[in-house]
Ligand binder design. Structure first.
Ligand code: MRU
Length: 362
């Protein structure tokens, strides 16, 4: 995708065997590129959310492991590196998926061959993520086209939550891929972007990327989605996922569940863009089995933004002494999900449909 007309990815290998990333903690106010040179920097980038979004976390972990193996590639060092990276964020299953895949690939190799193999596997994983997201875009495009046809070419209004855009993947995004494909095809569409407190991934990141691509959008507060659904101003909700179980329960950014409830009550289709790397075939019941990351209270009690004078500033929005709780994700039960937009097509959010589409993974 593009920033100011320049093609960009969220992560890229550099000639000196380091890894480039965009620091997402300062977007949309600053566009800062960082270099990751070792395991500690990669783990910090994930934990501190310089990179975030389930697919991008997975690819960053893969590169992080490759960087670690450049320093030491014996079994013990490798396991320690995997443990360090896996501990950075507990909910997105892509992290473990990526690390397990790399481990299986280079475990049989001699220690001396592991670093190069890991580097190549991380690069392949990044390319695969781009292809998967693009295919999700093609499948989701069909849903948007159907709505456009039903409205006789009238504007299609889409609600999305958090950032499941290209900044959350290597390119294209998951939930945004159908939007970009529809926009590129000339379909008249408008996106309502949930601000997504506490970290404002919608207001800061989704709005940033939609704006750079030229997609018409408005940021709304998290509480406004239900109101617009009641007024018939939302035709479809498309969100991403950090972990979807084999019965189709969807774990995604906190607040997704409330949008699904409102969509259900108002007969608005609620779709989840879910690459297979985000599906945890080992789990069935999302509510009891998915670990939910609890982040620091400061993300709730404080806000960071740009002042009118152009400096970045952090302010407190709660009284001194008030506590805060900060679950980063919630679980939307499968019964509220109209379908999963996967790289293998639109799949029902239920075990039978997932088994049939992913028989080789279950
Ligand atoms: O905490 P974040 O910003 O990593 O959470 C991101 C989300 O919840 C996304 O919706 C999800 O990872 C899907 S990304 C394609």
């Amino acid at each position: 995708m593009k920033i100011a007309g320049q093609l960009c990815r969220t992560i890229w290998p550099q000639a000196d065997m380091t890894v480039g990333i965009i620091d997402q903690t300062v977007l949309p106010h600053r566009l800062v590129r960082l270099t990751l040179s070792n395991l500690a920097e990669a783990a910090h980038a994930i934990a501190d959310m310089q990179v975030r979004g389930a697919p991008l976390i997975g690819v960053t972990a893969a590169y992080g492991l490759a960087l670690a193996l450049r320093a030491r590639a014996d079994d013990r060092a490798m396991e320690l590196a995997i443990e360090t990276l896996a501990a950075t964020r507990p909910t997105a299953v892509n992290l473990r998926w990526a690390l397990e895949r790399l481990r299986a690939g280079f475990l049989p190799l001699a220690a001396s061959a592991r670093a190069d193999a890991a580097w190549a596997m991380a690069a392949d994983m990044a390319e695969e993520d781009v292809a998967v997201c693009s295919t999700i875009g093609d499948h989701g495009l069909a849903l948007i086209e159907e709505i456009a046809r039903a409205k006789s070419g009238g504007r299609v209004n889409i609600l999305t939550h958090c950032n499941a855009g290209w900044l959350a993947t290597v390119d294209w995004g998951t939930a945004t891929a159908p939007i970009y494909k529809a926009y590129d095809k000339g379909i008249d569409l408008h996106v309502l972007v949930d601000e997504t407190r506490p970290r404002n991934q919608g207001a800061a990141l989704t709005a940033f990327e939609l704006g750079h691509h030229g997609v018409s959008h408005d940021v709304i507060v998290d509480n406004a989605g239900g109101h617009y659904m009641q007024r018939g101003e939302i035709d479809i909700v498309i969100v991403g996922t950090d972990r979807t179980t084999r019965q189709g329960d969807v774990c995604n950014k906190i607040g997704t569940y409330l949008k699904a409830l409102a969509a259900h009550d108002n007969g608005v289709p609620f779709y989840v863009a879910a690459p297979s790397s985000s599906i945890d075939f080992a789990l069935r019941d999302g509510l009891t089995e998915i670990p939910i990351e609890e982040r620091h209270a400061r993300e709730v009690t404080h806000l960071t933004g740009e002042t009118e004078g152009g400096t970045l500033a952090t302010i407190r929005v709660t009284p001194q002494g008030s506590g805060a709780r900060n679950p980063a994700f919630d679980v939307t039960p499968a019964r509220l999900v109209s379908g999963l937009i996967t790289e293998r097509g639109i799949v029902g959010a239920n075990e039978a449909a997932l088994r049939s589409a992913f028989s080789d993974c279950i």
